[in-house]
Design a protein around this ligand. Structure first.
Ligand code: ADP
Ligand code: ASP
Ligand code: MG
Length: 406
C-alpha cells in the first residue's frame, strides 16, 4: 500500500462544490489502495481577507495574534473536507498543524519547520483514516501558533511527505502544471513535462508562485518526487525531480516575474570597511531577506548602497535602515516600490555565453529600462518598472522561443 500526500490550493477548495470535487478525488486515491494524507490551503481569498480585516482593526497587528488569525483559514477548509469525505462514506479526520506535529521556530509570519512529529498522523493512518492536515501552520516551542509564509501549504505537504517517507507529493492547483511562464500572463506558455529541483527553486524564489520555494528546497533535500497538476482535470502535470532529461537541460526553461519588490538606496555612505556589515547585520537580526545588493564605485570615499527587499517588508526594513544608516554617516535613504523582477532560468545557461546579451536586447527592443541586474549560475534577473512587467515576460518568452514544442 503506497502512502501519498495530496495538497489542494485555495482555488481548489474555494467553495462547497469545489470541496466536494476535492473529496471525490481524494476518495479515488483511497479506493486505489493508497494511504492518503491531504494538506489544504484556506478557501479562495480567505487569507487575503483575514489580512485586510486585521489591518482594519489595527495599524500594526500583534505578530502572535496575526498568525493565529491567519491559521484559522486552513482550519475551516480542513474540517469541511473531512465532513465532505464523511458524507461520501469515508473515514477522515482533520488535524491542525500543531496536532499534525509540525514544529516550527517562533518567527511569526515566516516560521521555519524544525521537525515533524508524525506519531498522530501515523496512528490515524493505521486506523484507516484519511488524514486532512491544515496547511501553512505549525506550533512553536512555546506552544504558540505560527504560519509559514504566503503559499506555505506547499511546504507543509512536502515536509509531511519527507517525514512520512511518502511515495510522492502531489500538488493540485488551478493550472495543469509548471509552465514556461505564468499561463495567466502568457497565453502561449507551454507546460513542462519535468523540471529539476534546482530550476524550480529558482523559478519559485523569483516569483513563479505555483510552488512555494521552501517546499521545493525541502523536496530537493529529502529527494521527494513532486507532481504539480490540476485539481480540475486528469491532465498529467509536471514532475519536479533531480535531473530533467537532456533535451530540456539545454536552454532557458522558464521566465519568472515578481511584483513584490521594493528598492532602498542609502545615499552618501562612507566607503570604508564595516559600513555594509552594520547595515545588513541589522536587517538580518530583524529577519528581513535582502535580494539584490549593488554598491556604486565611490567618489571621495563616499558611495551609495542599493538593495531590494519584498515590498511587504519595506516599512519594517526602513524602520531599521534609517537609524542605522544615520549612525554610519549616511546622508539619506530613498525608496522605490514601483518595481518588479523579471528572471530567465535554465541549467542550460551554465557556462554558455550570450544569454544575458539576448535578454538585455529583448528588453531594450521593447523599450524596457533595466535598473539592476543579478545573476546565479542558472538565472539572470533584471529589476524593471512594474508597469512593464507583462511586456517583459512576453518579450522574453518570445526571445527565448519558449512557445515552441520541445
Ligand atoms: P494554489 O492556491 O493552488 O496554491 P497559487 O495561486 O499559489 O495556487 O499558484 C498557482 C498560480 O501560479 C497559477 O494560477 C499561475 O497564475 C501562477 N503561476 C506563476 N508562474 C507559473 C508557472 N511558471 N507555471 C504555472 N503557474 C504559474
Ligand atoms: N492560505 C495561505 C496563503 O494564501 C497559504 C497557502 O495558500 O499556501 O498564502
Ligand atoms: Mg500556492
Amino acid at each position: 500500500m503506497a502512502l501519498i500526500i495530496q495538497k489542494y490550493g485555495g482555488s481548489s477548495v474555494a467553495d462547497a462544490e469545489k470541496i466536494k470535487n476535492v473529496a471525490r478525488r481524494v476518495a479515488k486515491a483511497k479506493d486505489e489502495g493508497n494511504q492518503v494524507v491531504v494538506v489544504v490551503s484556506a478557501m479562495g481569498d480567505t487569507t487575503d481577507d483575514l489580512i485586510k480585516l486585521a489591518y482594519q482593526i489595527s495599524e500594526q497587528p500583534s505578530d502572535r495574534e496575526f498568525d493565529v488569525l491567519l491559521s484559522t483559514g486552513e482550519i475551516v477548509s480542513s474540517t469541511l473536507l473531512a465532513m465532505a469525505l464523511g458524507s461520501l462514506g469515508y473515514r477522515a479526520i482533520s488535524l491542525s498543524g500543531a496536532q499534525a506535529g509540525i514544529h516550527t521556530d517562533s518567527s511569526y509570519s515566516h516560521a521555519r519547520i524544525l521537525r515533524v512529529d508524525t506519531k498522530r498522523v501515523v496512528s490515524e493512518l493505521k486506523k484507516g483514516n484519511i488524514v486532512i492536515v491544515a496547511g501553512f501552520q505549525g506550533v512553536s516551542g512555546k506552544r504558540d501558533i505560527t504560519t509559514l509564509g504566503r503559499g506555505g501549504s506547499d511546504t507543509t505537504a512536502v515536509a509531511l511527505a519527507a517525514s512520512l517517507g511518502a511515495e510522492i507529493c502531489q500538488i493540485y492547483t488551478d493550472v495543469e502544471g509548471v509552465y514556461t511562464a505564468d499561463p495567466h500572463l502568457v497565453p502561449g506558455a507551454k507546460k513542462l513535462k519535468e523540471v529539476s529541483y534546482e530550476e524550480m527553486l529558482e523559478l519559485a524564489t523569483y516569483g513563479a508562485r505555483v510552488m512555494h520555494n521552501r517546499a521545493v528546497e525541502l523536496g530537493w533535500l529529502y529527494n521527494v518526487p513532486i507532481l504539480v497538476a490540476s485539481s480540475f482535470s486528469d491532465s498529467p502535470g509536471t514532475i519536479i525531480c533531480k535531473e530533467a532529461s537532456m533535451e530540456v537541460r539545454n536552454k532557458v526553461i522558464g521566465i519568472a516575474h515578481d511584483t513584490n519588490v521594493a528598492k532602498v538606496t542609502v545615499v552618501g555612505v562612507p566607503d570604508h570597511p564595516g559600513t555594509a556589515a552594520t547595515i545588513f547585520e541589522a536587517l538580518a537580526r530583524a529577519n528581513i531577506s535582502i535580494d539584490t545588493i549593488v554598491q556604486n564605485a565611490s567618489i571621495n570615499s563616499i558611495t551609495d548602497l542599493t538593495f531590494t527587499v519584498a515590498r511587504t517588508d519595506l516599512l519594517k526594513a526602513m524602520s531599521i535602515v534609517e537609524p542605522v544608516a544615520k549612525s554610519v554617516g549616511g546622508r539619506q535613504c530613498v525608496t522605490d516600490s514601483t518595481l518588479a523582477k523579471i528572471s530567465i532560468v535554465g541549467t542550460g545557461m551554465q557556462n554558455t555565453p550570450g544569454y544575458a546579451a539576448r535578454m538585455f536586447r529583448a528588453l531594450y527592443q521593447h523599450g524596457i529600462n533595466i535598473q539592476l541586474i543579478t545573476t546565479s549560475e542558472i538565472r539572470i534577473t533584471c529589476i524593471i518598472s512594474e508597469d512593464k512587467v507583462k511586456d517583459a515576460v512576453r518579450a522574453l518568452h518570445q526571445a527565448f522561443e519558449l512557445e515552441k514544442e520541445t
